[in-house]
Design a protein around this ligand. Sequence first.
Ligand code: G6P
Ligand code: MG
Length: 216
Amino acid sequence: DLKGFAFDLDGVIADTARFHGQAWHQLADKVGTEWTSELADALKGVSRMDSLELILKAGGHENDYTQEEKVALATEKNDNYIKLVETLTPADILPGMKDFLDELKDNGYHIVLASASKNAPKVLKYLQLTDYFEGIVNPADLSHGKPDPEIYLAAAKLLDLPADQVAGLEDAQAGIESINRAGELSIGFGADLKDADVKFDKTGDVSLAAIKAQMN
Ligand code: G6P
Ligand code: MG
């Protein structure tokens, strides 16, 4: 039986995947990498420095910058991202997610955050959702990013639950793979998440009953 839920943040709780995309697009223009929808999708759920490497590689620029210059580029992206985050309000919570968090809380489920973003506590604060979460996995403590299972295993540990009592919610392929490899129930939002155990076209469709209906 499910007892805990581990949430991804960007693209699940708020439309901040769009903000990350906007800030990375700006950076891609700066380094001369063509911005495509495939590149945008490949970056979802991927850590800051890994995302930078993917953008540099996509344009054949991986050897054009020193490590120090790469850190400066990532910092510039993050500064631009934070400017967008600071415009967030509770109105930016994705459809259905506030109701779903309330439903989970009212039914005694445990809730933690499993985002790769070091900005996650700030984003939750602007959305006024901090109090729903019993814990936030600290991505700085992890050695491997999604699709490695490490972050969702850390979430189960934070929940103090065995993996088979935990569900993870994700909008990106890398995240679904991470949940599956952790042995948890994967819940995916979006059209192309074939490997998710439970699938919804959009966040507004999620509820405990809708999840159970797909678990049979
Ligand atoms: C999430 C997002 C990614 C982002 C990563 C790191 O996984 O989906 O787009 O690159 O977090 O975020 P940060 O805020 O630490 O740069
Ligand atoms: Mg995401």
